[in-house]
Design a protein around this ligand. Structure first.
Ligand code: SF4
Ligand code: SF4
Length: 138
C-alpha cells in the first residue's frame, strides 16, 4: 500500500464515520502545539520525502509561523500549512473531548498498523517532526 493510498483510505473512513473533533471549547489547534499536546507527531522517511517535495514547490516557506510553541508547520491562522502531505499521526487524531484524548477508531488503527507492518524499515526510522530539519529549514 502506498502512502497516498493509505491517506485516501483514512479520508474515506473519516468521511464515512462522520468523525469530528469533539472539543467543546475553543480548540486553538492545540493538537498542533506539542507543549499543550504533550507530544509531537512522528514522520517516516517516505513522509519526509513528500513533505520536502511539497516545500520545494513553495516560493518561500516560513517555519514556526504560529510561534515556537506550535508545530513548525502551523500557520498563524491555526491551519496546517502542509495539509495535503501532513503525517499519518496528524490524520488520525480527533479529540474525543476537552482532555485532547484521541477518539478510538479501530478501522483507522488497523489500517495504520497494516501499513506500518508492510513498511517496517521506514517505520523503524521514524523521526520526531520538530527535531527533523526539513528542506529550507535552518
Ligand atoms: S483535534 Fe482537537 S485540538 Fe485539534 S483541531 Fe480537533 S478539536 Fe482542535
Ligand atoms: S503537520 Fe500540520 S497537522 Fe500536523 S501537527 Fe503540524 S500543523 Fe498540525
Amino acid at each position: 500500500m502506498t502512502l497516498e493510498l493509505l491517506w485516501s483510505k483514512l479520508a474515506s473512513i473519516e468521511a464515512k464515520s462522520g468523525m469530528l473533533c469533539g472539543r467543546t471549547g475553543k480548540c486553538n489547534a492545540d493538537c498542533c502545539r506539542p507543549s499543550i499536546m504533550g507530544g509531537e507527531p512522528g514522520v517516516t522517511p517516505p513522509e519526509i520525502a513528500l513533505i520536502n517535495g511539497f516545500l520545494a514547490k513553495q516560493r518561500s516557506f516560513r517555519f514556526y509561523e504560529a510561534g515556537q510553541d506550535g508545530c513548525k508547520f502551523l500557520g498563524k491562522n491555526g491551519l496546517c500549512r502542509i495539509y495535503p502531505v501532513r503525517p499519518i499521526d496528524c490524520r488520525v487524531h480527533f479529540c474525543k473531548d476537552d482532555s485532547l484524548q484521541s477518539q478510538a477508531n479501530p478501522e483507522m488503527a488497523n489500517l495504520v498498523a497494516e501499513y506500518h507492518s508492510r513498511h517496517e524499515t521506514a517505520f523503524m526510522a521514524t523521526e520526531l517532526l520538530d527535531s527533523f530539519r526539513f528542506l529550507g529549514e535552518q
